[in-house]
Design a protein around this ligand. Structure first.
Ligand code: ZN
Length: 471
């Protein structure tokens, strides 16, 4: 039987003297509260505080990192229990799905998913043997048992994980009922929302026109007019702020921004509502909406996050049969220097604006993003995202960005996850990798250890709260 063991020095430098420094740095941040300013957990969990159903519902089904890799190895979505096209038999038995996952656990060797999962199994569920075909049933039973105890209800886990803030992400069309329930309860768990307007600002989004009309109904504004549309968006931002939102999030295909005249805006808006726009015009419209959102941010102080560069739903067959967010989103090349210029020309010098830019295209770290963030007061760099939320991704980020932008134009870590139980695991990886990077600077006499200590505390805690304006 193979043992599951989390080595206390995991991810720290292999070289003894650097490792000793990294260990000392890690001690400073190991116990700090988690600030999770960007993610996709379900607010209903914290509103209802019900038990999680079973290991499969909690650990496999919401995690697209898991099923994308299994799918790539020939495991069907139906066998993983994901609802799909008519006629296909979908596996209903959570235990069978768990066994399938266990049988394929070797697929995750060398991936961050393996690190996160092992951390969850060991630290959260106290399991002591490795997951494989033979231990699958024991795992299922031990996890399932614990999930039905008080200590594993969502709010209890929030406390146990020491999460000070947890941001979820909602559309402006969301009535935020779960956030309202949380705020109306006697529990103050630091769950806040984030304003994600893609469904109403992206002409290529499913049901865009209906969404814009629904926005009108929700706000009592005439969203067929440009002015009414903007004021409806503004009204929803204010509404989100009453549920703790301090940020907006924009998931666009590119980083393009635009700065059109009022007449051009009105004409383009009429065109996208009529649905007779070109692909390029949709790009220009999204770009204009980023600039409009920046203007609104100057008034209401919401921090902007831009997540460009994902080719969503790349696999048309998977999209048709299973819908979005099924692991079929693939990164594309992204250009920032020219794309962000219209917005930066207008607002880039205003320190009241805070725009956090992320990338899935690592080739731009040193050439574009670090120089931009190392110059414009309004720009900050988000942490390695999605495919780069990994030890090597974090190392590449610090190596390519720090010399030009420093640490203080970055914003700490985001877990960006739906997988609630993996949040401590993900933050722990980020903390260890920051210690790893800083320990090298100390060992090479490029930074005194006392300063490295300050930096790692800032990266873990202070900088995140400052960047996201969390009190
Ligand atoms: Zn996200």
């Amino acid at each position: 039987m193979s043992t599951l063991y989390l080595h206390p020095d995991r991810l720290l430098p292999a070289d003894e003297s650097t490792r000793a420094i990294a260990r000392r740095l890690y001690q400073e941040v190991e116990g700090l509260p988690i600030i999770s300013p960007h993610g996709h957990t379900d607010p209903a969990w914290f509103a209802d505080n019900e038990y999680f159903h079973n290991p499969t519902e909690l650990l496999i089904k919401p995690d697209h990192y898991v099923f994308r890799l299994l799918y790539s190895l020939g495991v069907s979505m139906a066998a993983l229990g994901l609802p799909c096209k008519a006629g296909e038999i979908v596996e209903q038995d959570p235990r069978k799905i768990w066994r399938l996952f266990a049988r394929h656990y070797a697929a995750f060797r060398g991936t961050p998913t393996r690190l996160w999962m092992d951390y969850v199994f060991s630290s959260v569920f106290n399991l002591t043997q490795l997951l494989n075909e033979n231990s699958a049933d024991t795992y299922y039973e031990r996890i399932n048992e614990q999930l039905h105890t008080e200590a594993f209800r969502p709010r209890a886990l929030m406390d146990r994980f020491n999460i000070e803030y947890l941001a979820t992400t909602e559309s402006p069309l969301d009535d935020l009922r779960h956030h309202r329930a949380i705020r109306g309860s006697d529990w103050c768990g630091g769950v806040i929302t984030t304003y994600r307007p893609d469904p109403v600002v992206d002409p290529d989004y499913e049901n865009f026109v209906d969404n814009v009309m629904a926005l009108g109904e929700l706000t009592g504004e005439n969203t067929s007019s440009w002015a009414g549309y903007l004021s409806a968006l503004r009204q929803r931002r204010d509404y989100f702020k009453t549920f703790g939102a301090t940020a907006t999030d924009h998931g666009h295909p590119s980083a393009q921004t635009s700065d059109l005249s009022l007449d051009q805006c009105r004409a383009l808006f009429a065109k996208v509502l009529a649905g007779n726009h070109t692909t390029d015009e949709a790009e220009v419209f999204r770009g204009q909406m980023l600039t409009e959102m920046a203007a609104m941010s100057l008034d209401d102080e919401l921090v902007m996050q831009l997540h460009p560069g994902s080719f969503r739903n790349h696999n048309p067959q998977v999209f048709r049969d299973y819908g979005r967010d099924k692991g079929a989103d693939i990164p594309i090349q992204v250009e920032y220097v020219k794309a962000l210029k219209p917005l930066l020309d207008k607002y880039g010098n205003d320190p009241r604006l805070s725009m956090i830019v992320f990338t899935l295209d690592e080739s731009v770290y040193s050439r574009e993003l670090a120089p931009l963030a190392g110059h414009y007061p309004a720009l900050k760099l988000g942490p390695p995202w999605w495919f780069h939320d990994s030890p090597e991704g974090m190392r590449r980020f610090r190596e390519q960005v720090t010399e030009t932008a420093g640490f203080y134009n970055t914003v700490g870590f985001n877990d960006d996850t739906r997988a609630f139980l993996s949040i401590p695991a993900r933050h722990d990886v980020a903390r260890r990798m920051d210690c790893h990077f800083l320990a090298r600077l100390v060992a090479e006499h490029r930074l005194p250890e006392g300063e490295a200590r300050d930096v790692v505390v800032d990266l873990t805690y202070n900088l995140v709260k400052k960047a996201y304006k969390l009190k």
